[in-house]
Design a protein around this ligand. Sequence first.
Ligand code: URA
Length: 433
Amino acid sequence: MRMVELIEKKKNGYPLTREEIRFIVQGYVQGKIPDYQVSAWAMAVYFKGMTVQETSELTMAMAESGDQLELSLPGKVFVDKHSSGGVGDKTTLVVAPLVAACGVPVAKMSGRGLGHTGGTIDKLSAIPGFRVELGEQEFLQQVGRIGLAVIAQTGRMVPADKKLYALRDVTATIDSIPMIASSIMSKKIAAGAQGVVLDVKYGSGAFMATLEEAETLAEIMIGIGKNLGRDMVAVLSSMDQPLGRAVGNGIEVLEAIECLQGNGPDDLMEVCLELASWMLVLGKKAATITEAGEILKDTLQSGRAWEKFLAFVQAQGGDTAVLHAKNLPLASEKIVYKAERAGYIQHIDARKIGLLAMVLGAGRENKDSEIDFGAGVYLLKKAGDAVQAGEPLCMLHTSSAEKSSLGLAKAAEAITIGEEKPLLKPTVSTVIR
Ligand code: URA
């Protein structure tokens, strides 16, 4: 088989066979097929798509590209979650300790930032000392001991996604349904949880622009999971404006702490509680969503979720003193963007805010870029809020003073003010089971 012929075949819109897909995935992982050919193939997939059968084959080839875990603890059902990607999406930092504190173990493999969206692994890396790469034994032992571990893909687990994810990030091939579905589901299958709650986002800051596209993505992932005997739920939510107020890495960890201490912003808490409720139902801790909601409320109020977060950070080598003191270092330059006129905030374009955070240093320009964990954007106002002319709308954090005028121009492009109070979409719109 020759890679160039497979690129040609996909470019001409023909489906690839199981053997052809395995040839590409294995060849790439083993370093026999170079980045430039896989980039060309990924672009062909972007334009020509994949059948459901091809997407399942790609998922399995990726899941089987490395080790796969068998998760089992007596009397426990493991439940995983995964987001399709958004701006200000720190839900894992809140939901994972919250659910673990309720007695449902969470053994999760997460990603780094992708395109204009942030990634859980980058956020956790903002905590001094936090180790995102654990060996499999250590990962499993930690889950057995405290009920929670979150790691990055390693060279041993789902190496195909590790390589493809980084490549897609810098070749404009992220927002493709088969690529996203296989990237997410390969990690979920390899990590071995019996239940999976998918957090599928749509809108300007998501990879799926519309609710219909998000439903298609959700249904494909649910189908792949169910075929393998996994219990699956997808929660679809709007990502037109950033989730919560913080966008960056360290700054998002600080907001997650607020949530775990009971002071999180409403939209973020709504999504976190919906995801966590379904995780308790799949984890057989609650029979209904209403019952799950009661358990979660009690767990947050009692401080057990916050304690679980501290135990988790400590177990992975992170400095909990900075969390207690809420003094994760933020970048030295603080620039305030102010309202140019009075009115109501009509829209805060999540994608533009994600790109602004990247410009400030919070994301990667290429595969080897270093992230500035202290960079980011904090929204002082959200869509629907009334503002006066000159009132601060957001705070930009960056280490590089020369980025301030570009940052202010980008903030102006992202935030629209108008006369009328806008009608806002509900945050969580649909649940698919
Ligand atoms: N999250 C992933 O893990 N992969 C994607 O492709 C998008 C979001």
